[in-house]
Design a protein around this ligand. Sequence first.
Ligand SMILES: [Zn+2]
Length: 341
Amino acid sequence: MKRLLIVGFDGLDSLLLKRFIDDLPTFKKFFDDGAISHIQAVHPALTPVCWTSLYTGSTPARHGITGWHFGRVAKDAMFTLDDSKVSTIWDIMTKAGLSVGAVHMPMTYPATAVKGYMVSGVPTPWTNPKGTRITPKKAYYTKNAQRIYHRMVYPQGIRDMATEYPVDLSDLLIESADYEKNEPERILETIISRRLDLVESLERDIQTDVLAVGFMMIDRLYHFVLQPAPPKKETEAVLHRWYVRADQMLATLMERYPAENTVIMSDHGGGWKRKKNGKPAVWHTKHATFGGIGKDFAGGWQHRKRWLMCVAPTILKVLGVDCELWKRMSGKVATEMLRKG
Ligand SMILES: [Zn+2]
């Protein structure tokens, strides 16, 4: 049995999750038998900034990752997890002797040298098996092309296998000149089933104490499927459909990889809104989610003032990693989510 299973859902909104909960039997277990909490995203509520806060238990001011790019424009070099000024849970778990398997968790490029394996998630320069194309942030990739290609995975022995699996929707969308015909939702489905296959093959060869799997699909609805946003009812129907899908995937992972504790987390939320110019849009909200179920979690639904930074210390506490590093983090252990004693 694993010590911990971590499932990361980029953009999983705590309030939408609560609204749809009666149709989400797996998430509902966290409400009924575990603990689940609204956690406030940091500012700016962008994927690289927020995930780094989740992994480090630190505010952006401390970890230093403040956006997608060092500068203000897309041609500036992108931040990577290497730029974090403080240790991540991956470093700390590895130092504590735990073996870690991590697949496509967002903002894990370049892959950490864990005891186990890591395949980086978004943003990662994914090259398809023919080697013909990489994701479109050209400056970043051409500047570091060689270095990047070799650091998407750890250890190098899994590179050929792991790089056959797509990381992000945009990797596949740009394969076709005709965006419309690409049916983003169908592609998201392909990515999910292939990702589960990849995890299965890796886990067959390398047993790990901690397994972490990340999914971008909910966030990708906000940016690719619901732009411009259809009327509110239609938007909610699409979101509902994919929250149900997320619930099924979570059930699959929990069944395949039984663990003492299972944790779910997201970096920010997302929802329908009308912009100042009157146009409908779906954009990030500050409503991120953190939940746990298993040996150590209890307390049901909690909506209190909590930030992303509570996640790293709580995870390390549950793993029994007694480490000076996490005691100095900006966030504190979410003790109300844990069983007493
Ligand atoms: Zn995100």
